[in-house]
Design a binder for this molecule. Structure first.
Ligand code: AMP
Ligand code: ZN
Length: 108
């Protein structure tokens, strides 16, 4: 059984996709914590930060670059925003597929 974010990647789970390219997909968080709450994921399944290889580091750089672009598009680049990656149970990571939260649009 594919993880929930792999199901989004494969199109089995319809989602509000706001950006996609060969490496990543970004969509609206289903339970937003702020007026702007996007999730940026790699298309390839990587469980979490601890499972990143040296070769994956450029992928994470790409995810951050896309998050910055989306922050501009969403109008929070000037007001400020937060990028979060949870890793592991005690961090609150619920979905076992690496993802970057882009949160903004209110004082955090
Ligand atoms: P985390 O706690 O870091 O694992 O965050 C997982 C995030 O994914 C949460 O903010 C959820 O609201 C969000 N989420 C879970 N399922 C979906 C979905 N089907 N579509 C969009 N966001 C989702
Ligand atoms: Zn996955």
């Amino acid at each position: 059984m594919e993880c929930i974010f792999c199901q989004i990647v494969s199109g089995k789970l319809p989602t509000d996709i706001v950006y996609q390219d060969e490496e990543v997909i970004a969509f609206h968080d289903i339970k937003p914590q702020a007026p702007v709450h996007l999730i940026i994921i790699p298309r390839r399944h990587i469980s979490s930060l601890v499972h990143l290889s040296q070769a994956d580091l450029s992928l994470v750089g790409h995810m951050v670059g896309i998050a910055n672009q989306l922050a501009k598009r969403e109008g929070v680049a000037e007001s400020g925003y937060r990028l979060v990656i949870n890793c592991g149970e005690e961090s609150g990571q619920l979905v076992p597929h690496l993802h970057l939260h882009l949160i903004g649009g209110r004082r955090l």
